[in-house]
Design a protein around this ligand. Structure first.
Ligand code: UDP
Length: 323
């Protein structure tokens, strides 16, 4: 199989590229390096069957050529990271909506050879819902439109609508995946992600910054498990036209996470609580809990998350210690 990965120089995309190459597939990447980096794919550059182009997913001519050459498209290119989203709402909406539009149009253009598209969405679409764990068929609960965080959820929800519309109306095979907080080596804390931030702070002996009171919770999934889920879904014809949560049900509060990372690194850092307004600007709203129901994914693919939080943190800490 020849796969196109948009956002393939990003954290998840680069792990997926590596796994596909390991499985004997060919991989082509397009990435504009807005949040991805060459460093992520440096070790893949000389692998047989690997090719990359540094450009935007909104370059229609390029995407036309790339989709022609590939059998399947993993569409991961997006504006991500709460910090980035809050600071650059226009870029977020335009990248996420227009990028997906281009990918779906190109994948659909040859009626004899429509390409399977895996559209990466996010657990963020569940918004402030309190129906834990989140199931794919649940209602979505987003906040007011002047709270820019929700623009991300909304842009991704529109991507889902568009992908499912292409399936319904044009029979373009699509699979939508809602990724829950994915972590592992090579994730950068630059765009706000909590695990790399806490680990870097703990290792540097700097204050570990818990936003809000730390009672909000998340369930973290190892990037290798996410990659495994994506590869299983591509092989499952019944998954076409469906939406799947991809995650790990193990939940931890953010304060609990800070304490765990402090303990595991043997750090002397103090844990400090930073009000949300100070962290993200006025009017910020967080999600109190976020836990996936992964029954559907398990039923369709036999997926089982293999790497649990302590082991995930051990690997992330080792990654940052290495340098
Ligand atoms: N968070 C934190 N300190 C940080 C970065 C994030 O306390 O330095 C919190 C954030 O407010 C949220 C959780 O950790 O409640 C997860 O944040 P992240 O940005 O990683 O992902 P999210 O789940 O919000 O998309």
């Amino acid at each position: 199989m020849r796969a196109l990965i948009t956002g393939g120089a990003g954290f998840i995309g680069s792990h997926l590229a590596e796994a596909l190459l390991d499985a004997g597939h060919e991989v082509e990447v397009v990435d504009d390096l807005s949040t991805g980096s060459m460093e992520n794919i440096e070790h893949l550059k000389n692998r047989r069957g690997f090719q990359y182009v540094i450009d935007s997913v909104t370059n229609e001519d390029l995407l036309a050529e790339q989709t022609d050459r590939c059998d399947v498209v993993f569409h991961l290119a997006a504006a991500v990271g709460v910090k980035l989203i809050v600071e650059r709402p226009v870029h977020t909406i335009e990248t996420n909506v227009h990028g997906t539009e281009v990918v779906l149009t190109q994948a659909n253009k040859n009626s004899q050879k429509k390409k399977l598209v895996i559209v990466a969405s996010t657990s963020e679409v569940y918004g402030k819902s309190t129906e834990i764990p989140f199931r794919e068929d649940a209602d979505l609960r987003l906040g007011a439109t002047w709270k820019h965080r929700w623009a991300y959820a909304c842009s991704k929800a529109l991507d889902e609508f568009l992908a499912l519309a292409y399936w319904k109306e044009k029979k373009l095979p699509v699979i939508v995946v809602r990724l829950f907080n994915t972590v592992g080596p090579r994730q950068t804390g630059q765009y706000g992600m909590v695990v790399p931030n806490f680990v870097k702070q703990a290792l540097a002996g700097q204050p570990i910054t818990v936003f809000g009171d730390g009672s909000q919770s998340r369930s973290f999934t190892y990037v290798g498990d996410v990659v495994d889920a994506l590869m299983r879904l591509v092989d499952e014809p019944k998954a076409v036209g469906e939406v799947f949560n991809v995650g790990n049900g193990q939940e931890i509060s953010i304060l609990g996470l800070a304490e765990k990372i402090k303990e595991m690194t043997g750090s002397q850092s103090e844990i400090v609580k930073v009000p949300y307004d100070q962290a993200y600007g006025a009017g910020f709203e967080d999600m109190p809990r976020r836990v996936p129901d992964i029954t559907k994914l398990q039923k369709f693919t036999g997926y089982e998350p293999k790497v649990q939080l302590t082991e995930i943190l051990t690997r992330v800490i080792a990654h940052f210690q290495k340098g």
